[in-house]
Write a protein that binds this ligand. Sequence first.
Ligand SMILES: [Zn+2]
Length: 356
Amino acid sequence: MSEPSEKRYSRHLPLEHWGQEGQNKLARAKVLVIGAGGLSSPALLYLAGAGVGHLTLVDPDRIEVSNLSRQILYTTADAGRFKVEVAKERIEALNPECRVEPMIRALDEALAKELFPEFHLILDGSDRMDCKATINSVAHACSKPWIYASASGWEGRIMSLDSRREDSGCMRCLHPLLKDGQIGTCENQGVVGPVVGTFGSLQALEAIRILLGVSTAGSRLLSIDGKTFTTLEHRLKKNPGCPICGSKPTAVDSDEEVLSLSVGDYQKTRERYILVDLRPETEREAHPLPAGFSATVWGAPGTKEPIPQFPDGKIPLLLCRRGMMAYRVQAELASSGVSAVVLKGGMEAWSREEQS
Ligand SMILES: [Zn+2]
C-alpha cells in the first residue's frame, strides 16, 4: 500500500497522538464491522475518512425506505439493494485509499470464529441481542477488542471491551443491568435517528482511540438520554461467576444453548418446549406460526398480564419478532424464578428457515 496522502489527512497531522505515525497505523488497520445500519453508517464514514485501510462489512439485509431516517449511508434510490454493496460504493467514493470487503451474510458463531482472528478490532453495529452475544463470546475467546453500542427510543449506550485486560469483564457480566430494561425491544418501539448517529460516531471515535493507542478498551458503559441530555456512566465490574469470562467459564457452545435455541434445534427437540408468543396481535396475524405449531400467547411485558402457568416439565421458549424483546422477557422471568429460553432471531429467522 502506498503512503497515506498528506493532503487528505492534513487535519490529523498536527494532532497529539496522531500525526504521520498515527496515520500509518490507521492505514494498516483492519476493522470488522458487524451490521451496516444506523450505528455503522456514521461509524463507517468516519473510519474511512480517518484513513482506516481495511473495512470488512457483514450484513445480510437490503435497504428499506424505513431505514433512511437513521442509516445515512443510503438514499431513497438505494431501496432494495444490499446494504453492504451500497456501503462499499459510498465508502470508496469518500476515500479510495480504504479497501472495503462486503459480505452479504448474517453473523453466526462459525463465521465469527473464522473472521475475528484476522482483525485488529470488531465494531458491533448490530441491533440484535443474539448477535451481540455471539460477538461477546467469540471476541472474548479470540482476545479481540470490540465496541458494543445500541440505541432504542431516545436512549443509546456504548462500551468497549478487551479481554486482554486483566480487569476487563464482558457483556454477559453486565446482564443484571440489562435486566433493568436497558435493552430496547424490537417491537416497533421506535428510535431517534440522531441518537443512533451519535453512538455510531462515538464508536468511530473509540475505534480510532484504540487503533492509535490513545486508550485501551475501557469496560465503561456510557449511556445518554437524548430527551434530557442526561449522561450515565457505569464501570463494568468483572463477575467472577460469569459463564464467558469468569474463573470457571463454561464452553461457549453450552452457554449459548442455555440462553437461546436456533429454529433448527427447536424443530428437532420441540417436545421439550412450550412455545410462548410475545408478539402483539397485529404481528401474529401478519406472520402466523407455521402449520402444526401452536403457542401460549402472553402479552408481556408492560401489560401486567400475570406469568402464564407453563405445563410441568416443559421449558418456555420465548418468541418475538426478531429475538430481542425475548431476551428482556427472559431476564424478567429469571428474576421471578422462571427459566426460559429464547428462540434465536425470532419469527423472522423462523420465516427465513421455512422459505429456504
Ligand atoms: Zn463476563
